[in-house]
Design a protein around this ligand. Structure first.
Ligand code: ADP
Length: 334
């Protein structure tokens, strides 16, 4: 199966579908976003109109797609799913939009990666429920206005800063997704273990929760790897020693950092003496795309207090040096 990162991989979709919470009440954590959404949905329901467009922002694996599906379920409508990179031409988006039924939810994942012509078409669609379809080329080209039924756009992004102003302004509400606490992840794991029929005790569950980088997708994935280990090398029950041994095999360290996280810290500390260093330089040093380092890796390292983003570049904190077993230089802050 896929590496243990926060990004979803092919083959994982099916398990994720089984494990997805279906109602706002069974959605664990994110109390702020949940309350805000509840108000948006409830008020739209009272007024009998589709709710404002919603933007969900946050690192991968925190439940943005799940929430989009829940929004559609709570509204009792269907959801159409696409992504920014899939909308290369305005025509791709026009086709999606013209297939919507009144009140549908259109989910666009990675909306910050939408191509310019499609983005411009989206402005009008979001605002006036209308698109202008251009027919023909050159001087003979005409634009035909096409009405589309009122719908709710739910956009997801790992980088709300990369959205253009005009696009951001057209969302009525932005939900900022936060990393989950270990206690919340324990709840997620409890539910997943019972759905998948995995035998795990409280201590084992707490250990996975603590080492899942605050991310439900990772917690669920580690749970399945621990199950494998428990079935093959133990008596099938995921106890604390079994969880610890399994996580060691899968290269998940004491703090839940995976190989890429550690590679980034290692490069930052050893090759750049703790920084500051630009994110592109750092990415080259670990052989990754800058966007992966920035959107997948860094948010958790920042949250864990090991990396700081400064105007001059990325800087390792004393905690990062210590985590790598090194003595931080005297000038390094915490
Ligand atoms: P994103 O779209 O932010 O990358 P997803 O919505 O695809 O994240 O969530 C990934 C997986 O994590 C889901 O399949 C689901 O099993 C689990 N998950 C995410 N958020 C929650 C939650 N709040 N409660 C329970 N499970 C969750």
């Amino acid at each position: 199966e896929a590496p243990l990162s926060a990004v979803a991989h092919t083959g994982e979709r099916e398990v994720e579908t089984t494990l997805r919470p279906r109602t706002l009440d069974s959605f664990v954590g994110q109390p702020r976003v949940r309350e805000q959404l509840q108000l948006v949905l409830e008020s739209a329901r009272k007024r009998g109109v589709p709710p404002d467009h919603v933007l969900l922002s946050g690192p991968p694996g925190l439940g943005k797609t799940s929430l989009a599906m829940i929004i559609a379920a709570e509204l009792d409508t269907s959801i159409r799913i696409t992504s920014g990179p899939a909308l290369e031409k305005a025509g791709d988006l026009a086709a999606m939009l013209s297939n919507l039924a009144e009140g549908d939810v259109l989910f666009i994942d990675e909306i910050h990666r939408i191509a310019r012509p499609a983005e411009e078409m989206l402005y009008l669609a979001m605002e006036d429920f209308r698109v202008d379809v251009v027919v023909g080329k050159g001087p003979g080209a005409t634009s035909i206005p096409l009405e589309i039924p009122p719908f709710t756009l739910v956009g997801a992004t790992t980088r709300s800063g990369a959205l253009t102003g005009p696009l951001r302004d057209r969302f009525g509400f932005t939900g900022q997704m936060e990393f989950y606490t270990p206690e919340e992840l324990e709840q997620v794991l409890k539910r997943s273990a019972s759905i998948l029929g995995i035998a795990i005790d409280d201590e084992g569950r707490a250990e996975i929760a603590r080492r899942s980088r605050g991310t439900p997708r990772i917690a669920n994935r580690l749970l399945r790897r621990v199950r494998d280990y428990a079935e093959v090398r133990a008596d099938g029950v995921a106890t604390l020693p079994v969880v610890r041994a399994a996580l060691q095999v899968y290269d998940v360290d004491e703090l839940g950092l995976d190989r890429l996280d550690r590679a980034v810290l290692d490069a930052l500390v050893r090759s750049f003496n703790g920084g500051p260093v630009g994110v592109s330089t750092l990415a080259v040093a670990v052989g990754e795309e800058p966007t992966t380092v920035e959107e997948v890796c860094e948010p958790y390292l920042v949250r864990a207090g090991m990396l700081a983003r400064t105007p001059r570049g990325r800087v390792a904190t004393a905690l990062a040096w210590e985590h790598l077993g090194l003595q931080p230089p005297p000038e390094v802050g915490r």
